[in-house]
Design a protein around this ligand. Structure first.
Ligand code: WT7
Length: 712
């Protein structure tokens, strides 16, 4: 059978109706890449790098595990030092830096004040070019965080352990609110600003937030967006799920204006501007928190539609992002660093907020889209602000290259290090990034990791390992990956066969659990390859990442994409079930199936297949309703490339929709054997409909993936 999703371990019956009709995975539609050339790290980079000791891999090898990670803990300032680096007595629930007490906001702010107080923590670049860039120094950020924490504590009554949902755009108020929560030990749950109110509400309900933080409006792609108006839908959708949000705190994009068309709701909404009045200079002592106390939740999509609240622990997480930012991003206080990711995703949490601030770095915080008003914008900003470390996604690289291939050449760019993250990068796009943006003088790291993993797991060590376009690289020190086939047999390096990428050991950045559902955590990530459920030895609990990968003879991993019912759009995971549920809110729709389709710019995009209720005839208006439903329930990021009305879905004899067949049709791949379907005849009908009457020859599945998807 196909590699199954993490929510569908082989031994337990899958919950949802279409779980058995496993989708053709992203990994299977990956293009075949040949072995690429290697590039040595630029000598000028090596000469100044943070990590140049080649014995690091040895020092972090298995005989030294877990004590080796004590060095990560040393990067932080503790109110009480830990007694034990790792308590692994109850796998897969791990406790790092046991006995330690610390506060994340104190580690990101207070401890830097003496030395770096007047240095910018953030350089905020508004999207409108007419608005000036503002610098927020460590002292200023510290002051704003304290004042905000005072509001949260005194006016809103928040205490350590409470959860707060933060639905904000990319403005300084977002990290300010996060750090204010962290100061009090309040658990923040940031929802990506581009998500709809409904999506935010479902996540707020799951986390049990009674407080929502939002903003009146912000600028994106040349438009002023009314953001506060989403809050009503958030409160309403949380209420439908049994969660009351009694307080909505509203930041204003411009302190002297209120940009939203929705007026504040009396008794529920409160403007920060009012609450902060008279609070200037207020200080709130940071609350020392146990290392394993949750710092935040970050929701990510899974196969069952219900997003999972990945719970990250204060000590292990912060230590891991600080150490990896130092080693892989090569970050230091003297750098000017720019991560283009949105703080609403894990990349922004780890490598725009917590990692860089823990290291006292200076970061650019950009409000808008990189291609506004043109594809030269990032290079203008980088030149003007002297950015020397740049971090973005393949989707952004592809867009910038397509719209402005020559634009970087018109600027004095002096990057020493550049990172890509979120999806596989095509060697073509990689070479443009390396040559045109980096001028061959910057090191490029392709970092592979996930919301669940807290920080980077695979990447080249920038001063030590050669770069190879399209491959992420070897594992980070202290991370022991393995690629397994469906039967739990290890696929060795150089075998030229793909399999499921797993990590054999725990590490400090690994999430502690799924908020409120430890059993689901265990089932999704650890059951697949666990042979001894009673075992208390971490070696029996490999972490199943849900990605297909191949490892070449040199030990580098090439990530092929998701093997589950999750679609990676522009570097972000969308759950198939969540999209399908959105379609089913349209009354005319009887069934819906979503599949990933390879897309030149965004990596993968969703495509929808729908059947209509009896008596309903397909018409453009229904298509518009479906698209609108997806945008309303999830957000524009999930908008389907096409909505295809079909008379029937390909189904198994037990009635499950075979998404895999639909995905093959959408990607012009061979559908394979369909004779076991209950209705094999619909396959040809659908194919004819999608491709027109005389389909061209199907593209054979990529060589390296043959084995991967044919054993169903
Ligand atoms: C999924 C995680 C953590 C970064 C932001 C996305 C894919 C991530 C790479 C990479 C190929 C990558 C994987 C992974 N992915 N980085 N360098 N090369 N694929 O976080 O939303 O949790 O998604 O993104 O499929 O499982 P996320």
């Amino acid at each position: 059978m196909l590699p199954r999703g993490p929510d569908t371990p082989p031994n337990s019956p899958p919950p949802g109706p279409s779980e058995d009709g496993v989708a053709l995975s992203e990994a299977e539609i990956a293009v075949h890449w040949r072995e690429e050339e290697r590039y040595p790290p630029p000598p000028a980079f090596v000469a100044q790098a943070n990590l140049t000791d080649p014995t690091v891999t040895e020092r972090f090898s298995e005989p030294h595990f877990p004590e080796c990670f004590g060095a990560f803990g040393e990067l932080l300032t503790w109110d009480r030092r830990w007694r034990q680096v790792l308590d692994a007595s109850n796998p897969p629930f791990y406790r790092w830096f046991v006995g330690g007490l610390l506060n994340a906001s104190a580690n990101c702010l207070d401890r830097h004040l003496a030395k770096f107080g007047s240095k910018p923590a953030f350089l905020f670049v508004p999207e409108p070019e007419s608005e000036p860039t503002t610098a927020l120094t460590y002292e200023e950020l510290h002051a704003r965080v304290n004042e905000t924490a005072s509001v949260l504590r005194t006016d809103v009554g928040l205490r350590a352990g409470d959860r707060v949902t933060i639905h904000l755009p990319m403005t300084p108020e977002l990290p300010v609110t996060m750090l204010a929560c962290a100061r009090l030990g309040v658990v923040h749950s940031v929802v990506f600003g581009g998500f709809s109110g409904e999506a935010a509400g479902r996540r707020a309900a799951d986390s049990g937030s009674r407080v929502l933080v939002t903003m009146d409006g912000y600028y994106r792609n040349g438009r002023l967006l009314d953001h506060r108006s989403l809050a009503d839908a958030t409160v309403e959708s949380a209420r439908r799920e049994g969660q009351t949000i009694d307080t909505v705190l509203v930041w204003q994009r411009h302190p002297d204006r209120y940009l939203s068309a929705s007026p504040p709701v009396p008794g529920r909404d409160r403007l920060f501007a009012d609450l902060l009045r008279g609070r200037r200079g207020t200080r709130v002592p940071p609350v020392p928190m146990p290392a394993e106390a949750p710092l935040f939740l970050m929701y990510t999509s899974g196969t069952t539609g219900r997003p999972k609240g990945c719970q990250h622990a204060t000590g292990g997480y912060l230590a891991y992002v600080a150490a990896t930012a130092r080693w892989i991003l090569d970050l230091r206080p003297s750098d000017v660093y720019w991560c283009l990711a949105d703080i609403g995703w894990i990349t922004g949490h780890s490598y725009l907020v917590y990692g860089p601030l823990a290291l006292a770095a200076t970061s650019v915080l950009y409000e808008g889209v990189p291609t506004f008003p043109d594809a030269g914008r990032p290079w203008r900003i980088a030149e003007r602000l002297g950015v020397n470390i740049f971090h973005t996604s393949p989707t952004a690289i592809r867009q910038l290259r397509r719209l402005g291939p020559e634009a970087p050449a018109q600027h004095r760019l002096r990057f020493k290090a550049m990172t890509t993250v979120g999806e596989p990068i095509e060697p073509e796009a990689w070479r443009w990034y390396y040559t045109s943006v980096g001028r061959g003088a910057a090191v490029v790291t392709d970092t592979w990791w996930q919301t669940e993993t807290g920080g980077f797991l695979c990447s080249t060590k920038p001063a030590l390992d050669p770069m190879k376009p399209g491959s992420t690289g070897p594992a980070l020190p202290g991370i022991y990956p393995v690629i397994m086939d469906e039967n739990g047999r290890e696929i060795p390096a150089g075998a030229n066969r793909a399999g499921n990428l797993c990590i054999r050991n725990p590490w400090p950045g690994l999430m502690s659990t799924i908020w409120g559902d430890p059993e689901r955590f265990k089932r999704i990530y650890f059951e697949k390859y666990n042979r001894r459920p009673e075992s208390k030895d971490w070696r029996d609990w490999p972490y199943f990442a849900g990605d297909g990968a191949v490892q070449s003879a040199d030990g580098y991993y090439r990530i092929l994409g998701r093997v589950d019912d999750v679609i990676n759009v522009a570097g972000h995971r969308l759950g198939a079930k969540e999209i399908e549920s959105a379609c089913l809110t349209v009354p005319e729709i009887a069934e819906a199936a979503v599949v990933p389709v390879a897309d030149e710019l965004r990596g993968r995009v969703p495509e929808l297949y729908v059947t209509l209720r009896p008596g309903i005839v397909a018409r453009p208006e229904i298509e518009r309703k479906v698209v609108r439903a997806v945008e309303t329930e999830i957000g524009k990021i999930a908008r389907p490339r096409a909505v295809r009305f079909v008379s029937d879905m390909p189904k198994t004899r037990s009635g499950k929709i075979m998404r895999r067949v639909l995905a093959a049709i959408s990607n012009t791949l061979e559908v394979g054997d369909v004779s076991t379907l209950a209705n094999p005849e619909v396959v040809e009908q659908i194919r004819a409909q999608v491709r027109g009457a005389s389909p061209g020859p199907a593209r054979p599945p990529p060589d390296d993936l043959r084995e991967f998807g044919t054993t169903e």
